[in-house]
Ligand binder design. Structure first.
Ligand code: ADP
Length: 889
């Protein structure tokens, strides 16, 4: 600690810009400017005994060494009563200073602090070679500047000490004001020290200071350790009077104390908030423990406990139960607000909801009853029903037999789905349907891993959760419509599902534990067999359901669809009758489909129209009592006429509601042709279509096969002035485009034989372009079976002869004119029959396929078999093929 020192009368001066060194304070500075380096060198470094320098605050930002005309100004808050004064620096020295900065003024403070160096170190900067010093200075005592002058590049000052003498001190110490002030200061300082020591957990070393160091020095030491403004530092420096110094120091220490307290309060508050949530967590844990202890089963009990109970009763296999418990323990440790809590909960809910062991009890299978059930639900389909009965019989004899999966293949609306649900009913099991149409993502079958955001189980596991038993009949609908892309191959996941060896441990990515699917009875449906991947097809037994003949459709409508539709609309035959003739008309004019879905839809439209009328009548029931009071004589006449009056002919003047209401009981609404047109619109198809379309040469009638079953397809060809090019339109695939080329080549090669050209040398395409169009452009078409149809259209075009309107054809043709067999014959023949075609030309080798065609259809058709293209042409034209007339084939 600084003891009292003897000050010399002159001191080298180190200016401190905007900073004050107070007595008792220790500071480390780096001197780099030439003047300060010089000062340190001469006043401190080169002295044998320890030297002193004066630290004088300056208020200016200007570089002190280059400044001239310095101004000594008195600091703020001076207690001496002196006014600001300017003291001119000795003129002889000042003239040696840099003259170009004559204008610059430095505000020197008139009071400074003498300091001694506690430590000095010298360094040389590379590469400039400049010398620098690092000096640790200790402030000793105040002085006042009498005169400022320069020595070389730095300033010196004539000074006089400001600290009190011993005698003065003793006198002041007697002063009661001073005693009170110093007591006050010490009290505040002690408080500050104890707070600081408490925070830093240090022993009472600083407190010793308070007892050993004189109070006026303490004041400086304390203030020097705070961060206070330059002005406050100056005013502290200027407080030469001890009482003033003490009261200022007390004020500053007190301010510092308050700021520490405020900061402490804020941290406490923050800590308090943190521990509140921790406290809450602890309390919750305790509450849970208490509830468990009490076996508390209140309604408002913790839902995690409810989840746990649900899990316990889910009948999970032991390894899965262990896994679930682990997950549950994790959940219990989490806060509901914590991320991951919800997903973990949803996952556990799924584990608890899945039917690990829950089954629908299978009653003893009664095959006769099952057959009756199938018969009562479906008309016809004898072969299919027979196969289903066989399947059920095997299951009866060997319940865990791993028979193949049944796959119903056929056009839409032929009863595939309803047959599957009949199987479920016959087995007495729950039925669920999973639509696979358009599924391209493997995750749809197998689920997403739980690491994904928004992950969920696949459709199978989700379906099982909904159906809540592990042995339902599960229909994999439209299995041919799954596709594969970058997101994986759903078909490979389905392979695992349908493989009896693998599906015992089906692994859903979301579930992440194996689930036993072996008790599920799988049934699949598809429109076509071809798109089903062979490996998948291998696991299935395909049962084809051909489309229905109009006669079958009629029977289905009368026996099944109409009763069902009426029932669905809250009607009965008492209100609505659809005569057989009208059903036939609906089949012929409004639907041309292989199945009966549109037929059912149209019948439902009729039922809706009737339902509206019936409902209107019911609303009008109270009015019906008053009908007789109506004064219209016309109305009375009508009523007297009886119930055969049609609604449409009711005179406008009479209230519709009242009249129809009256007729309701008398006669049901009978559908007639007019009502058909009114409800279903004008007929969409008629038998005249083929005749009208082939009325001009260049059009032929083909039979094609689409996902909707067989269809009649017209091919149009025309020629125009051009350069012999072939244009094709109508959404055609590559195969059909090639067929068109082959057809044109064949016709051109035989132009003379077919009497299309006078001789072989004549090019029938000379100066002409050919355009072939397949109408119904919105439907993509491909396949080779249009070959014969294309040739027929071209021959018709060139020969200007019309193709027979009653004849449709199908067959692939080779370049040499051979007719090759095609697929889907049964569907195509049914389609021809539906469209009122009476003659069908088929490749000879398709003869075998005719056994599948219902006899009734065959009886109404003339089937013509063709081996070569000439046979087709022979049958397609009225009067036969021109070639045939002179060539004997
Ligand atoms: P798919 O699954 O083949 O597309 P659906 O099974 O949905 O067709 O059948 C459509 C509608 O036709 C259903 O209401 C079904 O009951 C009915 N249906 C189809 N075929 C028959 C049939 N042979 N006998 C009775 N109703 C049938």
């Amino acid at each position: 600690m600084a003891e009292s020192v003897e000050l010399p009368s002159r001191l080298g001066i180190l200016p401190f810009r905007n900073k004050v060194l107070l007595p008792g304070a220790i500071i480390r500075i780096r001197c780099t400017s030439p003047s300060s380096v010089k000062l340190v060198e001469q006043e401190l470094w080169q002295r044998e005994e320890k030297g002193l320098i004066g630290i004088l605050p300056v208020r200016d930002a200007a570089e002190s060494t280059t400044a001239v005309g310095p101004v000594l100004s008195q600091g703020v808050g001076s207690d001496s009563g002196e006014r600001s004064s300017r003291i001119q620096v000795g003129t002889s020295d000042s003239q040696r200073l840099d003259v170009k900065n004559q204008q610059e003024i430095i505000h020197w403070h008139t009071r400074g602090v003498a300091a001694r160096a506690l430590h000095l170190s010298r360094g040389v900067e590379k590469p400039s070679g400049r010398v620098t010093y690092i000096v640790v200075l200790e402030g000793l005592c105040r002085f006042s500047v009498q005169e400022l002058s320069t020595r070389g590049t730095y300033y010196t000052a004539r000074i006089s000490p400001l600290e009190m003498t011993k005698a003065d001190m003793e006198q002041v110490e007697q002063d009661p004001d001073f005693i009170t002030l110093s007591r006050q200061f010490k009290a505040t300082a002690t408080e500050l020290i104890s707070i600081l020591e408490q925070k830093q957990k240090t022993g009472g070393r600083t407190k010793v200071l308070l007892e050993t160091v004189p109070v006026h020095k303490l004041a400086d030491i304390f203030v020097a350790s705070f961060e206070i403004s330059f002005e406050e530092q100056l005013s502290m420096l200027d407080s030469v009077d001890l009482k003033v110094r003490l009261s200022k120091a007390t004020e500053l220490v007190d301010r510092h104390l308050q700021s520490i307290r405020v900061a402490e309060k804020i941290t406490q508050k923050v800590e308090g908030q943190l521990s509140k949530s921790q406290k809450e967590f602890l309390l919750r844990q305790q509450m849970r423990a208490i509830k468990e202890e009490l076996g508390d089963n209140d309604d408002d009990e913790d839902d995690v406990a409810a989840l746990e109970r649900k899990m316990q009763s889910a009948g999970m296999p032991s390894n899965i139960w262990k896994h679930a418990q682990r997950e549950l323990r994790r959940l219990k440790k989490m806060q509901p607000q914590q991320p991951g809590y919800n997903s973990s909960r949803v996952y556990l809910e799924l584990l608890a909801d899945l039917p690990w062991q829950k089954v629908t009890e299978e009653h003893e299978l009664d095959l006769k009853a099952a057959k009756e059930h199938l018969d009562s639900d479906h008309y016809g389909l004898h072969k299919v029903k027979q196969r289903i009965i066989e399947y059920l019989a095997v299951r009866k004899l060997k319940p865990d037999a791993r028979g193949p999966v049944l796959c119903f293949v056929g056009p839409p609306g032929v009863g595939k789905t309803s047959l599957a649900s009949s199987i479920a009913a016959a087995l007495g099991r729950k039925f669920m349907r999973i639509s696979l149409g358009g599924v391209k993502d493997e995750a749809d079958i197998r689920g997403h891993r739980r690491t994904y955001i928004g992950s969920m189980p696949g459709r199978l596991i989700d379906g099982l959760k909904r159906v809540a038993v592990c042995n339902p009949v599960m229909l994999l609908d439209e299995i041919d419509k799954t596709g594969s892309d970058v997101r994986g191959d759903p078909a490979s996941a389905l392979l695992e599902v349908l493989d009896p060896e693998q599906n015992k441990t089906f692994n859903d990515h979301y579930l992440n534990v194996p689930f036993d699917l072996s008790k599920v009875v799988f049934v699949a449906t598809a429109n076509r067999v071809q798109p089903i991947p062979p490996a998948l097809l291998d696991r299935m037994e395909v049962i084809e359901l051909p489309g229905y003949t109009p006669e079958e459709k009629l029977k289905i409508a009368l026996r099944h669809l109409i009763p069902r539709v009426l029932d669905q609309h809250g009607l009965s035959s008492e209100f609505l009758q659809i005569p057989e003739d009208m059903v036939k008309l609906v089949i012929q004019r409004y639907t041309r489909e292989a199945g009966v879905r549109n037929l059912e839809r149209n019948l439902a439209a009729l039922a809706r129209a009737a339902a509206v009328r019936v409902a209107e009548q019911e609303q009008a029931v109270p009015l019906s009592k008053d009908v007789h009071q109506l004064t219209s004589p016309l109305l009375e006449n009508r009523l007297a006429d009886g119930g055969e009056v049609e609604m449409e002919v009711i005179p406008m003047a009479v209230n519709n509601h009242e009249l129809s209401n009256t007729f309701r009981i008398a006669s049901p609404l009978v559908v007639d042709e007019a009502m058909l047109e009114k409800v279903l619109g004008p007929p969409r198809f008629d038998d005249r279509e083929a005749a009208e379309r082939v009325a001009t040469p260049g059009v032929s009638v083909g039979l094609v096969w689409t996902t909707f079953g067989g269809e009649v397809q017209f091919v149009e060809a025309t020629s125009m002035v051009g350069t012999g090019e072939l244009h094709l339109t109508g959404q055609l695939g590559d195969v059909i485009k090639e067929s068109a080329q082959i057809a044109l080549t064949w016709v051109r090669a035989r132009a003379a034989d077919l009497k299309l050209a006078a001789s072989d040398e004549i090019n029938i395409l000379e100066g002409r372009d050919i355009h072939i169009h397949f109408p119904a452009g919105a439907v993509p078409k491909d396949g080779p079976s249009a070959g014969v149809t294309l040739v027929t259209a071209l021959v018709s075009l060139f020969s200007h002869k019309r193709v027979r309107a009653d004849t449709a054809m199908t067959g692939e043709m080779t370049l040499r004119g051979l007719v090759l067999p095609v697929g889907g014959v049964k569907d195509k023949i049914l389609a021809a029959h539906r469209c009122g075609i009476t003659r069908v030309i088929l490749p000879e080798r398709n003869l075998k396929d005719l056994v599948e065609v219902p006899a009734a259809v065959l009886a109404s058709l003339e089937i013509l078999l063709a081996k070569r293209m000439e046979d087709v042409l022979e049958q397609a034209f009225e009067g036969g093929c021109p070639w045939r007339q002179h060539s004997k084939l």
